[in-house]
Design a protein around this ligand. Structure first.
Ligand code: C2E
Ligand code: MG
Ligand code: MG
Ligand code: MG
Length: 283
């Protein structure tokens, strides 16, 4: 049986490399053909405005359906695609898919902005702005309906260059969001220099507002975001208590399992656009 021999193979390699390395090598090899073999798909997680009780938009998140190993987390495979450079063609594909999807939803009524996550590697390619522009033009999508999420960690490298590239992308009308804010080596000084429109508070932060000290920090971030005219959205909102404490402090934009897990397009259509598959095909 193939499975058995596969296991034996792991054991052989195991002495020299270790299971993790073997798995990584295998994923690295399989990722090479994943795009052309249609093994990637995009799930969308709703963002919610608690104040108006309305949908605020979506975040696009990548999924890889490995033919043998099943769905693999982006936390595991994205870093590999960053090392190999595959993240560049993959992100091009994501941007085109998302822009197209966005147009489809737009024709259903309300405008729903969608955000796409970026990797540091995209900035090194020097083609990011063209890539974004092409995707928008191909779908004929209004730029303000697309938001790009960057993280503070990627900004450690070539800050000046990243700012220039972000400026040129923002000049197209595309929005920029700072993801996972409040964790890692957040530098408040960076906020002054980065051309951004949105702050996304990390889940670890929003899940942990149970002491007066933490609420004081959160309050300061909310005031600051307001003064800087940045949208502030809290990630990882999982229950009523999270919503309670966030709204009490004045943070009304949220994203998390409480309002919806990342879902396939079909599910989003049913839940948010009242569409079934048949109707969608006629769009
Ligand atoms: P992220 O951009 O910070 O995305 C948020 C992650 O938190 C997602 O995990 C989402 O499923 C998860 N999440 C959302 N709500 C909740 C909640 O209420 N509770 C908990 N515990 N988790 C929640 P996911 O989809 O596994 O993605 C992990 C990370 O992988 C993302 O973090 C992002 O950094 C990266 N990633 C995902 N898709 C892409 C992509 O298309 N391109 C790039 N460059 N990175 C991606
Ligand atoms: Mg994100
Ligand atoms: Mg995040
Ligand atoms: Mg994250």
């Amino acid at each position: 049986r193939a499975k058995k021999s596969g296991k034996n193979r792991y054991c052989l390699y195991n002495d020299a490399l270790g299971l993790e390395e073997v798995r990584k090598m295998e994923l690295e090899k399989d990722l090479q053909s994943a795009l052309e073999n249609n093994q990637f798909y995009i799930v969308y997680q709703p963002k919610w405005n608690v104040k108006t009780n309305r949908l605020y938009g979506f975040e696009a998140l990548l999924r890889w359906e490995h033919p043998r190993l099943g769905v693999i987390s982006p936390a595991e495979f994205i870093p590999i695609t960053e090392e190999t450079g595959l993240i560049v063609p993959i992100t091009k594909w994501i941007l085109e898919k998302v822009c197209h999807q966005c147009i489809t939803w737009q024709t259903q009524g309300e405008l729903q902005p969608v955000s796409v996550n970026l990797s540091n590697r995209l900035f090194q390619s020097g083609r990011l702005k063209d890539m974004v522009q092409n995707a928008l033009e191909k779908a004929n999508l209004k730029p303000h309906l697309l938001e790009l999420e960057i993280t503070e960690s990627m900004v450690f490298y070539d800050v000046e260059d990243i700012i220039l590239q972000l400026d040129s992308i923002r000049a197209l009308g595309v929005r920029i969001s700072m993801d996972d804010f409040g964790t890692g080596y957040s530098s408040i000084g960076l906020l002054d220099r980065m051309p951004i429109d949105t702050l996304k508070l990390d889940r670890l932060f929003t899940n942990d507002l149970d002491t007066p000290r933490k609420r004081a920090i959160m309050n300061a971030i909310i005031v600051m975001a307001d003064d800087l005219q940045l949208d502030l959205i809290a990630e990882g909102v999982e229950n009523e208590e999270h919503i309670e404490s966030l709204t009490q402090l004045g943070c009304y934009l949220v994203q998390g399992y409480f309002y919806g897990k990342p879902m396939k397009v079909g599910e989003i259509n049913k839940l948010f656009f009242n569409l079934n598959d048949k109707q969608l095909r006629t769009v």
